[in-house]
Ligand binder design. Sequence first.
Ligand SMILES: [Zn+2]
Length: 387
Amino acid sequence: MTPGIPRNIRKEHIISALATIDKEGYPKEHESIKYSLVYEGRKYPPVWVIRTANVFANGEPLDPTLYSGGAQSNNFLKKFGFRIVKKTHSEVDHTSFDFETMNRERIWREIQAKYKGQDIPAHVLRDTYRIYRGAGGLWVDKERTSKISNDDAGIAISIFHKGTQYPDDFSDAAIRSPYPVTNRQGGQDGNEVKATKNAKRFNIPVFVITTSTLDPTRRDVKKGFVRDWDDANQTFLIEFGKIPDYTKEGAFSEEIPFNLNRKRKRQYSSRSGNNPRFSFDVFKRYGHCCAVCSMQIDGLLTATHIKPASENGTDDPRNGIPLCQNHHAAFEKCFFTIHPGSYQIVTRESGPSKEELELVEEDILKLKALPERMALQWHYRRFLREI
Ligand SMILES: [Zn+2]
């Protein structure tokens, strides 16, 4: 209960707060979930009332980490004779989009405050927060969320990411998550894919749950947003942080002007070299196949920067190309390059030869899209310098 609500807040401050709320309203996400203060026939959210009363008592809104909703706020207000009533079930629209968003944000705040998002007992996520089902990959709570999505799929709440298949699937910044595949009957998988797509359509956060590295019975949780999906490769992109500037509503967009160099400094995500967002964008844009040979095997393909990230090359997929691991290494060593005018594959006269490098294709025109000329020019120049 400490440090609590400042003692110098008096009844007149609270009445001033109510008048302010009458005039200005309050943000929707601060609607109370369980209780209302009733004054002259109108209802107000208790926590927001106290926050605002502090402006009149102490000149600033009250820091929300100093006090809590429920008993503490309610008892404080009751002391002055205000009436607190529990919201009736019908007043709380548990199936509204606003409630759903607010509730997820509230859960996230609690998980961060109590656990910093880490090493949380699985049963707490399942029973207290109801954001985790246990076994399966995806948790939707279809009965409740399908009333919001207004279809038979609902909206995904959490995704349990079991271990990392490939290192490039998961980082501090993003996750590439495969479409759920099971043998269950009745179109369940299709609905789960749809429920995950709905999370993007509604721009509502989802929880990404992983096994704790310290204790396998516990779970780590991150809050993310479904940014994009790739039906051809059956993957979702879920991001935990900021949206890069080459995107539109979270997804890569060809309409954004291309910059070969990144604007901001590299973020934590790429310290380890993992960049799920870049891989997702490259495979979605070009297809899931080495650009210069026939390799298509998952886990043997990499999204390669044409101008390397280590030299400040952008993560925009137009500076990318899908290559198998051998050709990735050969491209980085400038054993071959792509002609920026004709898109033909060019090797050094002094070798190794096309045959030795097992470059099957003559050019990269089989790709679904082509890299930016500016990026290819950069690599071509580097190649000419090397030979
Ligand atoms: Zn290859």
